[in-house]
Design a protein around this ligand. Structure first.
Ligand code: 5RP
Length: 223
């Protein structure tokens, strides 16, 4: 079976009746959301907040009841994917462009469960280009400051030769940083740059990591 599917479907075991749930974005958590749709149809009662327009459309299609931060102050759990995961529960996210809402939902949750296939597990973060969400106005200046800090040239994410626009109306700069040994420190210093909204670094944020393997599933719980 598809290793993303194995991980994604396993995560629903962490969701119980009455929970408020953050729904991540991507092709792995897709399987979690699909399974949740089946469970809701069978009677499971949850309220969910999606992390992207894409996930919202999927959840609506599956009749998963949705809510918002007017109604929900704290989520019980969020299930989401990741682009890289290290042994210290640090993550790179944002490959799908949803990093800002993903982070807002994750920090509003008691528990963050990450679902991924084994290719996402790394010793040191940084092979995957680090996505940074920036304000479109003067993005060139913001990119220059990031260049000075990271000593790499950020690449403006684009689709069909046009800048990729996030659900929040912003741009994304992808940065080939390589070997991020202190993700929390790097994240904090990038946040100081005017024009940067947030980074795809999620330092020490996962509580549970579920890895889909070709011969099963590995569940790692932070103690
Ligand atoms: C979107 C994300 C995704 O969770 C991440 O890119 C992993 O996606 P996939 O499960 O499709 O590999 O951070 O912004």
């Amino acid at each position: 079976m598809d290793t993303k599917r194995i991980a994604g479907e396993k995560a629903v075991e962490y969701i119980t009746d009455g929970m408020t749930v953050g729904l991540g974005t991507g092709s792995t958590v897709y399987w979690t959301i699909k399974k949740l749709g089946e469970l809701v149809k069978a009677g499971l009662s949850i309220k969910a907040i999606p992390t992207s327009n894409h996930t919202e459309i999927l959840a609506r299609k599956l009749n998963i009841p949705l809510s918002n931060f007017d109604e929900i102050k704290e989520l019980d759990i969020t299930i989401d994917g990741a682009d890289e995961i290290d042994a210290k529960y640090n993550l790179i996210k944002g490959g799908g462009g949803a990093l800002l809402r993903e982070k807002l939902v994750a920090i509003s949750s008691k528990q963050l469960v990450i679902v991924a296939d084994e290719t996402k597990v790394v010793e040191t973060l940084g092979k995957f280009p680090l996505p940074i969400e920036v304000v479109p106005f003067a993005w060139q200046r913001t990119a220059k400051e990031i260049t000075q800090q990271l000593k790499v040239l950020p690449k403006l994410r684009s689709v069909q030769n046009e800048p990729y626009i996030t659900d929040n109306g912003n741009f994304i700069l992808d940065c080939n940083v390589s070997d991020i040994h202190a993700p929390a420190v790097l994240h904090q210093s990038l946040k100081q740059v005017t024009g940067v909204i947030d980074t795809g670094l999620f330092p020490n944020m996962a509580n549970v990591v579920i890895i889909g393997l070709s011969d099963g599933v590995q569940v790692i719980e932070k103690v």
